[in-house]
Design a protein around this ligand. Structure first.
Ligand SMILES: Cc1cc2nc3c(=O)[nH]c(=O)nc-3n(C[C@H](O)[C@H](O)[C@H](O)COP(=O)(O)OP(=O)(O)OC[C@H]3O[C@@H](n4cnc5c(N)ncnc54)[C@H](O)[C@@H]3O)c2cc1C
Length: 511
């Protein structure tokens, strides 16, 4: 069923068994699991069914520390959530890259905080398998050997350090169109859009959440009562809503030990390494590493990774390496001609220059002279990287957020170690030489927000418990990347969906 908060009268009180706040991949996945269930579920979404630019001002906030794209540019308010900003070409549409966390990501690492997850990879694996289908992906298989064939083989990477793995690619319309349509057709799930939650109301100290206070775009206020509340508003807003509820500072919901908003993590991207091939044949030998349809139609793209042993021995951040071909320089002898040919292909819509799709031209060895190595990096959970409430208020009179984020010297040192192991391992394969731009700091803008309501079995070390329930409360849950204890290098949505499925099972048992 569909509800439009713009038509709800001031002072109205709505009721549900479960109230989910936020209709991005996390909230939609959770709500969808309850279609046809005996519980009445209400999902509250700040944005509308279609993109509306003026609502996006509610995402504005300040970032202090290292330069960052901004909080408005990296999130979107609309049914379907931030999926509306996805920018990876998948067939003729836009979509995302998917990949699970690695088993060792669950063991935690880093010098700043105890970041062990309360369960291991094998526990989450069945939920990953269910998430694959929901995200429109192929079988749960991420090794290069699962997908390579005679036409597109993996590179020979003998040696102890390097291996080939893959990303899978999925379209965004599942979350912005298909699943919202299913929710609106359901009899027991109510999708209420244009409804912004501004705080949660508590009882019995802060143990029990009894209501959510809402405001519509015109400033009309109303309220929702429910037996169970789930925050699924993304890593910045999940922390913001907890900090806005219960009381100030350590009295805020879930903040008894001061963890709410802390350990914010991004996935910085490093561009310091370039592989100069020994032979131009490498471009045709490396077509597996471009996005391409596999035999069963699944779209996959190879990537390089270091083996777990190499990562652990040198205490490296986890990372993934994408091969992006570099166009020949204009000044090289045959560069001008080859660049011209490349642009012709581009005009013909056949070659998005150096991004995914690069292998679609007939002679891939002509326009390129090197591979830029794009390294997607893990960031350590550090309590000093955090979300706080700002003094300034938004147009609905809700305090804005301030994010403090820095890439620290310890992290830069880990990155330098990683570059060095990767460069020597690649050169040892005989594929070519690696040029390193030393001193370069990574670009923080992968737009993957995580870690502000971290999961930890011990309330002194985290915000939610192993069930995703806020420590110290009976009926308040948080889901999404904010609960990640560590975030590996992996694009977060597959894990977000897996965790939402896991939470759905828990809530069904509880109800
Ligand atoms: C350009 C770009 C590319 C990306 N590419 C990838 C990729 O390739 N792979 C990948 O895995 N991830 C990618 N991501 C990240 C991915 O989009 C997010 O991790 C994911 O959308 C998070 O899902 P979510 O449901 O937790 O939050 P969101 O998708 O942010 O959804 C949260 C929802 O909550 C709503 N909301 C917020 N506050 C309130 C409130 N107070 N009351 C009511 N509703 C509220 C918002 O309007 C929003 O609809 C990308 C992000 C960007 C910006």
């Amino acid at each position: 069923m569909e509800l439009d908060a713009r038509r709800i009268l001031e002072g109205t009180a709505l009721e549900a068994d479960i109230c989910i706040v936020g209709a991005g991949p996390a909230g939609i996945t959770l709500a969808r699991e309850f279609i046809g269930h005996k519980a009445d579920v209400l999902i509250l979404e700040s944005g509308g069914l279609e993109p509306e630019e003026h609502i996006q001002q509610l995402n504005e906030g300040t970032v202090m520390g290292d330069p960052y794209a901004g909080l408005r540019q990296t999130r979107y308010r609309r049914v379907g959530g931030t999926v509306s900003l996805w920018n990876t070409p998948v067939g003729n549409e836009l979509g995302a890259k998917y990949v699970p966390l690695d088993p060792w990501d669950f063991e935690g690492w880093g010098e700043f905080a105890d970041s062990r997850w309360p369960f291991d990879y094998s526990h989450l694996e069945p939920f990953y398998r269910r998430a694959q289908a929901l995200c429109g992906l192929g079988p749960f298989a991420y090794a290069g050997s699962d997908w390579s064939d005679g036409e597109r083989p993996c590179l020979a990477l003998e040696g102890e350090h390097l291996t080939t793995r893959v990303y899978q690619f999925g379209v965004g319309h599942l979350f912005t169109q298909s699943y919202p349509r299913e929710l609106r057709r359901s009899d027991n799930v109510y999708l209420c859009h244009h409804a912004t939650v501004c705080a949660l109301e508590t009882q019995d100290g802060v143990r029990r959440v009894v209501g959510a206070k809402l405001v519509g775009p015109s400033g009309r206020r109303f309220r929702v009562a429910a037996a169970i509340f789930v925050l699924a508003t993304g890593a910045i807003e999940n922390a913001r809503l907890l900090l806005l509820s219960g009381g100030e500072g350590l009295d805020a919901l879930g903040n008894r030990h001061g963890w709410v908003g802390r350990c914010f993590m991004e996935h910085p991207r490093d561009y310091a390494l370039t592989l100069i091939p020994r032979s131009p044949e490498l471009f045709s030998k490396a077509v597996f590493y471009d996005a391409h349809p596999a035999r069963d139609g699944t779209i996959v793209g190879g990537r390089l990774a270091l083996h777990e042993r190499a990562i652990r021995t040198a205490r490296l951040p986890n990372a993934s390496i994408t091969l992006l071909p570099r166009l020949k320089m204009r000044t090289s002898p045959d560069g001008m001609v080859d660049r011209f040919l490349a642009r012709l292909h581009q005009f013909a819509g056949r070659q998005p220059r150096t991004g995914y799709g690069w292998s679609r031209i007939r002679d891939v060895s002509r326009p390129f002279d090197a591979f830029q190595l794009l390294v997607n990096l893990e960031q350590q959970p550090n309590p000093e990287n955090r979300v706080l409430l700002a003094q300034e208020r938004d147009s609905l009179d809700i305090p804005k957020v301030e994010v403090h984020w820095r890439w620290r010297e310890e992290e830069q040192a880990g990155l330098e170690r990683f570059r060095s192991v990767l460069a020597s391992s690649l050169e040892a394969t005989g594929l070519g030489q690696v040029e390193v731009r030393t001193g370069l700091r990574p670009d923080p803008n992968a737009h993957h927000h995580a870690g502000t309501t971290r999961m930890h079995g011990d309330p002194r070390c985290g915000v939610v418990d192993a069930d995703s329930r806020v420590h110290g409360t009976d009926n308040l849950y948080v889901t999404g990347a904010s609960v990640f204890s560590t975030s590996g290098f992996a694009n977060p949505t597959l894990t977000i969906v897996a965790l939402a499925l896991r939470l759905a099972d828990h809530l069904k048992r509880r109800i």
